[in-house]
Design a protein around this ligand. Structure first.
Ligand code: SF4
Length: 418
C-alpha cells in the first residue's frame, strides 16, 4: 500500500491553465521504462517527428540519463504548434512521462507519508488559481503509487536528510524542527522578511547545538524556549541591522546571477554567446553599471539603483511570500534528494537566500503593481531553485556557508526588504 499524502495548513490552489510554460522551461528526464513506452508509440510515422531523435542523453558519468529532446526554440519536441502535447493528444495523460504529469506538484517522501509541495515557477501556482490542493488528492495518490513503483527501495526505509555533516536525527525529530520553523513563518503579526530572518537565526543557533539525547518533548521544550528568545531579540525594523559586508554583497551577486539567468524558453536571456555570458558574470561580480538582462523580464536598470530602498511590501504582496516559504519548508522542498542532497540546515539557508534575491528582483520590477512584481520575482527565482545544478555546486555551497557564518544572510534579507 502506498504512503499516505499529507497537505499543509496553507491556503493554496492550483489548476492547469494550459499555458504550456512548463513544456518550454524544463528538460524532462525520463526513466528507461518511459523511454521504451514512448518509443513504442509509433512516432517514426508522425509527419512532424519522423526522423527526429526523441531523446537526448545528458549529465555526467553515472548520472547520465535520457531526457526528452527539445526544439531549437527550447520547447519540448512533443509540443505542437498549437501549444498542445502530442503524447497527451494521442495517448492521454498515461502516455506521458511522470514528470510532466506531476508538474508543478512535488511529492517528497517524509518517513511514513508524502508531503506535497509546488513549483512556483508555474504561473497558476503563484497566482493560487484553481482548486484547493486537497481536491487533487485522487491524482496525487496515483502519482505517489507510480513514484513508489519507480523507487529502487521501499520509501518507508529512506533515511531522513542529515541535519549537517555527522549529525542526524530520526524522521520524528526532523519533523519537530520543521514545525518550529513553520511556527515562526506563521507569525502573521510580522512581515515575512522578519519571519525569515528569525527562522535563519534559529538555524544559526541550532547548527551549534548537539541534540544527542534531546528528543521528543524535551526537543519541543528546547525549541520553544529558543524560539521565544529569538522572537523577542530579532529586530522588527530591517534598518536596525548592519548593511551586508563587501564580501557578503559579492557572494550574493554571484548567486543572484545564477538565479536570474534564463537560458531557454519564452522570456529567455537577452544576453547570448559565451563572451556575452562571461561579461555578464563579471558585471554581476563587480556590481556596477547596467544590470545584464539575463532574463527578458529584467528591465533596463543599474546596479546602483537597486541598492536604494523602495519601502515595505504591501500585505497582499507579502502574502505571496508567506505562501511560498510555508510551502517550501513544510513540504521539505529545500533539502535531501530533491535539492542536490543538501543537509537540513544548509537546505534551509539555501532557501532563505532566495528571499534577498526575490526582493532585489522586486526592486528591479518596481514599475509593475506590487503583487505582480513580487509574483514575477518569485517565479524567476523558483525556476532555478532546486533545479539549476550550479546552485548545488561545491563552490556555491561554500559561498552559502560563508554568508551564513558571517551573519550576511540575515543582513541581506534586511537590506533588500527596505
Ligand atoms: S511530453 Fe508533453 S507535457 Fe511533457 S514537456 Fe513534452 S509537450 Fe509538455
Amino acid at each position: 500500500m502506498s504512503l499516505p499524502i499529507r497537505h499543509l495548513p496553507v491556503v493554496q490552489n492550483w489548476d492547469c491553465r494550459a499555458c504550456g510554460g512548463c513544456c518550454h522551461e524544463y528538460q524532462v528526464g525520463v526513466t528507461d521504462q518511459e523511454r521504451e513506452r514512448i518509443l513504442s508509440q509509433g512516432w517514426e510515422r508522425d509527419p512532424v517527428l519522423a526522423g527526429k531523435p526523441l531523446f537526448v542523453r545528458g549529465g555526467h558519468g553515472w548520472r547520465k540519463r535520457y531526457h526528452l529532446n527539445q526544439r531549437p526554440d527550447g520547447a519540448c519536441i512533443f509540443l505542437s504548434s498549437e501549444g498542445r502535447c502530442r503524447i497527451h493528444e494521442r495517448f492521454g495523460p498515461e502516455g506521458k512521462p511522470l514528470a510532466c504529469r506531476l508538474y508543478p506538484f512535488v511529492l517528497i517522501p517524509a518517513g511514513d507519508h508524502w508531503q506535497v509541495g509546488l513549483r512556483f515557477a508555474c504561473p497558476s501556482a503563484i497566482a493560487s488559481k484553481g482548486r484547493a490542493l486537497r481536491e487533487h488528492q485522487p491524482e496525487l495518490k496515483r502519482y505517489a503509487e507510480l513514484l513508489e513503483q519507480q523507487s529502487p527501495a521501499p520509501l518507508r526505509q529512506l533515511p531522513p536528510p542529515t541535519l549537517q555533516s555527522g549529525q542526524s536525527v530520526p524522521w520524528s525529530e526532523l519533523h519537530r524542527f520543521v514545525q518550529a520553523i513553520l511556527a515562526i513563518l506563521s507569525q502573521r503579526d510580522h512581515r515575512t522578511e522578519w519571519r525569515v530572518r528569525a527562522a535563519a537565526a534559529l538555524v544559526r543557533l541550532c547548527r551549534q547545538a548537539r541534540f544527542d539525547g534531546v528528543q521528543g518533548s524535551r526537543l519541543d521544550d528546547f525549541l520553544d524556549v529558543v524560539t521565544s528568545g529569538l522572537v523577542s531579540e530579532t529586530p522588527i525594523q530591517p534598518e536596525a541591522l548592519l548593511p551586508p559586508t563587501r564580501m557578503g554583497r559579492l557572494l550574493f551577486r554571484q548567486a543572484l546571477a545564477l538565479y536570474v539567468r534564463k537560458d531557454r524558453g519564452p522570456d529567455h536571456s537577452v544576453v547570448t554567446g559565451r563572451l556575452g555570458l562571461l561579461s555578464a558574470a563579471l558585471r554581476f561580480a563587480v556590481g556596477r553599471g547596467r544590470v545584464p538582462r539575463l532574463h527578458a523580464w529584467l528591465p533596463a536598470t543599474e546596479f546602483a539603483r537597486l541598492e536604494q530602498p523602495v519601502g515595505p511590501l504591501p500585505r497582499e504582496a507579502d502574502e505571496v511570500l508567506e505562501r511560498y516559504y510555508v510551502l517550501k519548508v513544510g513540504s521539505l522542498q529545500f533539502c535531501g534528494p530533491g535539492q542536490f542532497d543538501l543537509p537540513f540546515w544548509e537546505g534551509l539557508e539555501s532557501l532563505f537566500l532566495t528571499l534577498p534575491v526575490i526582493l532585489w528582483l522586486r526592486r528591479a520590477l518596481q514599475e509593475l503593481p506590487p503583487v505582480e512584481a513580487i509574483s514575477r520575482a518569485v517565479s524567476m527565482t523558483d525556476l532555478n531553485f532546486a533545479y539549476n545544478p550550479a546552485l548545488g555546486s561545491m563552490r556555491q555551497r561554500v559561498a552559502l556557508r560563508v554568508l551564513a557564518n558571517r551573519g550576511d544572510l540575515e543582513r541581506l534579507i534586511a537590506w533588500y526588504s527596505r
